[in-house]
Design a binder for this molecule. Structure first.
Ligand code: TA6
Length: 288
């Protein structure tokens, strides 16, 4: 059955054998299998009962990345990474189900944000999240409609956790020669002279104006992940490494060895959306 509705998630199965699962909570993609292999990291300690953002898969960050730097920003009262990933989204049905692809949609409006968080950002909006599965790609796109009486600013990001067999074998291509914001070193702007990014310590970087294509994640095997982004300006690279891994209750102490986050979004600046306007952006993940 190409699309199976379960109590807390939707399961997609492509005739090639590729599959994906999306939890209604946060509209969080938690699984993407190609060739019988799980390609997304989901912590064994992830909380899946809707009481906490899901640790793994592709959490949706909206309307604020991290927490607002400006205490007077309209988004200053929001929790880290905003409210989309900790709200229950509505199932909007299957939009495509044919030989080549299966595409499903989820919706979230301001009225569906948890009551205790509604006051944190009192803007009227409507989100539509679309997940499209083919034999070797997983595409996610987000439409943001401003239904408020005024313009508003927002960040957006797909916080993708890629599963890797061994972090010491990972190299990230396509970001060389760019300047990045180093959150580990408290935000200095650093020019990246490395040809490829390898991970042997905590890495938490924002690459503003990163290329839309050509980002490859090599994890030491025959295959690679290719990430292509559309209408998203920046790329974030994150691995918590040892100390931060130990500090997360929903993340195993050794799990930093099995994941790398490479995240497409617009987080270094805010997107300004006028009343009644719609913004859309997305990413395509492909196994090559
Ligand atoms: O995207 C990287 C990051 O902003 C890191 O700074 C780290 O906080 C990570 O997100 C996870 O955030 P979370 O709120 O899910 O624990």
């Amino acid at each position: 059955m190409p699309v199976q509705l379960l109590d807390d998630k939707v399961a997609l199965t492509h005739h090639s054998g590729a599959s994906s699962e999306v939890y209604f909570f946060g509209a969080t993609v938690t699984s993407w299998k190609v060739g019988g292999q799980e390609r997304l990291f989901l912590s064994k300690k992830a909380i899946l009962d809707g009481t906490k953002g899901i640790r793994g898969g592709i959490p949706i960050v909206f309307p604020q990345f991290a927490t607002a730097k400006d205490p007077n920003a309209a988004t200053a009262a929001l929790p880290q990474h905003g409210t989309a990933r900790i709200s229950r989204w509505e199932w909007l049905g299957t939009s495509t189900d044919n030989e080549s692809e299966i595409s499903v949609r989820f919706g979230l409006t301001d009225s569906q944000i948890p009551e205790k968080l509604k006051k944190a950002w009192q803007k009227k909006f409507k989100l539509i999240f679309i997940v499209t599965l083919t034999m070797d790609t997983l595409n996610t796109s987000l439409h943001v409609k401003n239904e408020d009486s005024d313009a508003f600013d927002f960040n957006v990001l797909f916080h993708t956790y890629f599963a890797v067999p061994d972090i010491s074998k990972v190299s990230i291509h396509g970001l060389s020669g760019l300047t990045y914001i180093d959150k580990v070193a408290n935000n200095p702007s650093i020019s990246d002279s490395q040809d490829v990014i390898t991970i042997d310590q905590e890495v938490d970087r924002i690459y503003p104006k990163a290329p839309n294509t050509g980002i490859l994640i090599d994890f030491g095997g025959k295959e690679k992940f290719a990430l292509t982004k559309t209408n998203l300006h920046d790329t974030v690279v994150w691995n918590p490494w040892i100390a931060k891994a130990e500090g997360m209750s929903d993340f195993g102490n050794e799990e930093y060895k099995k994941m790398i986050c490479v995240e497409a979004g617009t987080v270094a600046t805010y997107i300004n959306l006028k009343q009644g306007e719609t913004w859309e952006g997305g990413q395509a993940l492909k196994i090559i």
